[in-house]
Ligand binder design. Sequence first.
Ligand SMILES: Cc1cc2nc3c(=O)[nH]c(=O)nc-3n(C[C@H](O)[C@H](O)[C@H](O)COP(=O)(O)O)c2cc1C
Length: 190
Amino acid sequence: MDIFTAIKGRRSYRGYLSKPVEEEKLNAILEAGQWAPSVMNLQPWKFLIVKNPEMKARLKVSCQETLGKIYEASGWKWVSKFKIDFLTEAPVIIVIAGDPKKTGADQFLPGRGTGYAFSCCAAIQNMHLAAHALGLGSLWFSLFETDKIKQLLNIPDELDVVSMIVLGYPASSAAAINRKPLEEMVTFID
Ligand SMILES: Cc1cc2nc3c(=O)[nH]c(=O)nc-3n(C[C@H](O)[C@H](O)[C@H](O)COP(=O)(O)O)c2cc1C
């Protein structure tokens, strides 16, 4: 699959089959993350692989509580209806933790120190694209509380939980979605 087909064809999936992800495919996806660009090539990420059904169930309970808090704070109806069964359905969850100390020179600029998170996001997107190219589905999942996830997965205190990737074979096709026209997002500066 060429890179533009992969970029345009990747979608977020929120329903998964129980079919396991082949080890070779998981390794290829992790390698795609490994080869992402990172600030000063610091590679500030750790990829934690969760397959254990009990651990996935605990993650789901924790994220369900978090959704409750988000609903209380926002009042957004979709949040109260949002189903996160994919956390237990999907065979693999990759938790991406980043080291805020490995953020490069931007730590000396006011309001910055974000380089480590940007680097992790580059790895995350590489992994999503690799998953799609290998015929898998994935979801970028961020509705969790960092401290709770750290405690559950025994993640060292100095790391930040940047995101999760839900990974597996999709149960159905993804919802149709489009993008704003390019003209709305591009400005050519003379
Ligand atoms: C930083 C980030 C966080 C996201 N968090 C969630 C999430 O917690 N739950 C979810 O269902 N989708 C999440 N998404 C997926 C977006 O909803 C999705 O990418 C967007 O709707 C566009 O759809 P597509 O990925 O199918 O093109 C996240 C995406 C990004 C980039």
